[in-house]
Ligand binder design. Structure first.
Ligand SMILES: NC(=O)c1ccc[n+]([C@@H]2O[C@H](COP(=O)([O-])OP(=O)(O)OC[C@H]3O[C@@H](n4cnc5c(N)ncnc54)[C@H](OP(=O)(O)O)[C@@H]3O)[C@@H](O)[C@H]2O)c1
Length: 277
């Protein structure tokens, strides 16, 4: 098993939810953790909490959509620690509801945060990882990118893009010492879901006894495990998601379309998803 002791781990979106939980778990295993997000004050609080695990925690406030911030992040980590062992591309935002009603700027921002930023960060860290013949890139996507539900058209598209990115990149760099993992969390209790009504989610069957509503520590554990055990993909979300994914791949597309049109209440589903974000 791979040891995380003294490994340099960059976690984007470390000020909240899944990224913050992952930062705690990496630090508890002795990693040198680089906390990245826009809110410097929140990152400072997380760093303060993590001081119980040692003094090798670095905060780099950054907007991952800004090239200058990404360059600064890369430079600062190398100047401070000399190497990068793990990149966790976790920062993400969501927009839900009727696709045509999304604000154009919000739509662009989501594509930049969810798709462009993980790709660009991977581009920055890959040359040194390939040179050292060692490194691990973990991309956090979502089961939304597999099930492609109405009301999540734009968000699901960004999550599907990260699924394709992860599998293609893993195949491209395999054999060169660099590993790539994909994490697909299901519903997780983070600020991303703050505005969603759980009863309404149950009413439209996106939350059922066969789906999970996880604590952020669950996908965080999957992120850490994917590095420790070199997992290609970890699919969370519960048996309903696994069956939907399997059926979606094995049966004609029209069956899934029919399911959304006639088994679920599509109009209500889209309305419930409006609160995602
Ligand atoms: N929660 C769920 O149910 C769920 C399910 C499946 C997948 N996911 C995925 O899990 C990942 C984390 O989501 P979460 O639920 O933990 O969300 P969250 O609690 O809302 O956290 C999002 C994080 O992303 C950061 N971020 C947003 N925009 C950024 C930007 N432009 N530059 C830098 N950092 C930025 C935020 O920090 P600042 O605001 O400080 O910048 C925050 O730390 C996302 O990729 C999401 O798609 C979540």
């Amino acid at each position: 098993m791979y040891s995380l002791k003294d490994k340099v781990v960059i976690v984007t979106g470390a000020s909240s939810g899944i990224g913050k939980a992952a930062a705690y778990q990496f630090a508890a295993l002795g990693a040198r953790v680089v906390l990245v997000a826009r809110r410097a004050d929140v990152l400072a609080e997380v760093k303060n909490d993590l001081s119980q695990y040692g003094d090798s925690i670095l905060t780099v406030p950054a907007d991952v959509t800004k090239e200058q911030d990404l360059q600064n992040l890369y430079r600062t980590v190398l100047e401070t620690f000399g190497e990068i062992d793990v990149l966790v591309n976790n920062a993400g935002i969501s927009v839900g509801g009727e696709f045509q009603e999304h604000d154009a700027d919000e739509l662009r921002k989501m594509v930049e945060v969810n798709v462009y930023a993980p790709m660009r960060l991977a581009q920055l860290v890959l040359p040194s990882m390939l040179e050292r013949k060692q490194g691990h890139i973990v991309n956090v996507s979502s089961v939304a990118g597999l099930v492609m539900s109405p009301g999540q058209t734009a968000y699901a598209s960004t999550r599907s893009a990260v699924i394709a990115f992860s599998h293609a990149l893993r195949r491209e760099v395999s054999g060169n010492g660099v590993r790539v993992s994909l994490i697909l969390p299901g519903w997780t209790r983070t600020p991303m879901l703050d505005k969603m009504d759980l009863d309404e989610m149950r009413a439209v069957k996106v939350l059922t006894p066969f789906t999970t509503l996880d604590d952020p520590s669950v996908p965080a554990r999957a992120i850490v495990d994917s590095v420790l055990h070199n997992r290609r993909q970890v699919l969370l979300g519960g048996s309903q998601i696994w069956v939907a994914d399997f059926m979606g791949r094995m049966s004609p597309i029209r069956i899934t379309d029919w399911f959304y049109n006639f088994i679920l209440d599509k109009a209500k589903l889209v309305k419930v998803m409006k609160d995602l974000g």
